[in-house]
Design a protein around this ligand. Sequence first.
Ligand SMILES: Cc1cc2nc3c(=O)[nH]c(=O)nc-3n(C[C@H](O)[C@H](O)[C@H](O)COP(=O)(O)OP(=O)(O)OC[C@H]3O[C@@H](n4cnc5c(N)ncnc54)[C@H](O)[C@@H]3O)c2cc1C
Length: 485
Amino acid sequence: MTLAQLRQELARLLGADGLLTEAADIAPLLVDHHARYHGQALAVALPRSFEQVAALVRWCNRRGVGLVPQGGNTGYCGGATPDESGRQLLVAMRRMNRVRQLDADNFSMTVEAGCVLRSVQQAAEAAGRFFPLSLGSEGSCQIGGNLATNAGGVHVLRYGMMRELVLGIEAVLGDGSELHALRSLRKDNTGYDLKSLLVGSEGTLGVITAATLKLWPQPRASATAIVALAQPEDAVALLGLLRTACGERLSSFELMPRSAVQLTVRHIAGVTDPLGNAYPWYVLCELTSPGDEPLSELLQEALAQAAERSLVRDAVLATSERVRAAFWRLRETVPEAQRLEGVNIRHDISVPVAALPRFIAEASKWVSEHVPEGVLVCYGHAGDGNLHFNINCAVDPAGRAADQSGSAAGPAGEAAAFLAREPQVRRAIHDLVVRFHGSISAEHGIGLAKREELAHYAAPATLAAMRAIKHALDPNGIMNPGKLL
Ligand SMILES: Cc1cc2nc3c(=O)[nH]c(=O)nc-3n(C[C@H](O)[C@H](O)[C@H](O)COP(=O)(O)OP(=O)(O)OC[C@H]3O[C@@H](n4cnc5c(N)ncnc54)[C@H](O)[C@@H]3O)c2cc1C
């Protein structure tokens, strides 16, 4: 069949407004967030209903067409970008964006996969409830993408990753079969946990169309501080102290080096240095509670104890919602500031929390010895042992702006040479992660970016089990071909 005939069939399935084929309409969806992966597509399907998704999956099986699900396209691993053949169908979920049900008494809500995360948080809040998933991309990423990547974010310490926030799922599996499992039960031991299998599957097993999410009481009180530290060892000790003193109330514990603060102050309008002096490391920590508790006093007392043990160099508490928002803006714009600074090599890794300082010391030493032109910006969700161990290329930005030629000798050439070393740098950092019994993908997934790394590091039995699952649920291999495995 010709491409035109395939498009005609799709238009019949979805209606005239359900299919995008014009290059100008689909171009923004064919490139990933970091503009690293570029693809082509047969068309972009915009299904409105579960039935239309089911029809699309069956059609793809009949016609042997690969189907690439896409949510907000904020993923960091190229998982939502089609290949370059122009024969894959991109299925953008944005029109499936209804809140189907919110049950405040059951502390649950059922939403469609194309709901933007922030709108889900807002719907929960309007009912006096709290949906805790929170990421820098929450204004664009969608629940389907959050489920498919098992997203983490800044509240994992207290509430867990996306897998722990979901009670039920509705999906069309790769073979076209329909999974109607929108249960809102806290206890359900009826065999294999299929929803858990779809969470983190990155669009390779089926299209998620809706989910029932867990809700919590809305936090009413909060206390937020930025704490300056001399070294990562002090961060681990501070984490232990805060967990002991504040228990469940500790909801975020984010680590940043001085280099991250510098980059953010340089590139993001309105962000200022949080403390008068410069310090090697900073922690942003936050306590929250649904009750009317004096959390600022609790945090101050805990930080005073930490100061007595010489763990803390300086600290500042947010005195208003405006200051609290400014602290979070500093933390959440680090990825954007890094992007604006120039090319970088990124790692999303985790190690056991207690091993963080030793990992940082050894990995930093390796970088300073082997990547002398690199500036380490190693920050992240330290409360979960998760670091974004990123290395920026120290090319003079003024020079880069002046040099548009890409000549091998100029700054653009240096940046290209820096990026060309990524496979070796990545392998060395990941080898170290494995030595520390860590993970080479803590929260961003595998997609295209880490496919070779997964194949290299995963045990043969693990890979064989993954392939067997893939084959069982997607026998024709139409779901997101070439991703993950
Ligand atoms: C500024 C910024 C900050 C970020 N911070 C974090 C963070 O703290 N923690 C974190 O975990 N991530 C973070 N991310 C990464 C990203 O936002 C998350 O991975 C997010 O969950 C992706 O959601 P999305 O809707 O954009 O998915 P997409 O990028 O569209 O897709 C991601 C993957 O999910 C698949 N997929 C999407 N929708 C479906 C569906 N309905 N059914 C089946 N498969 C589907 C795609 O095929 C692809 O493989 C951040 C990104 C940015 C830009």
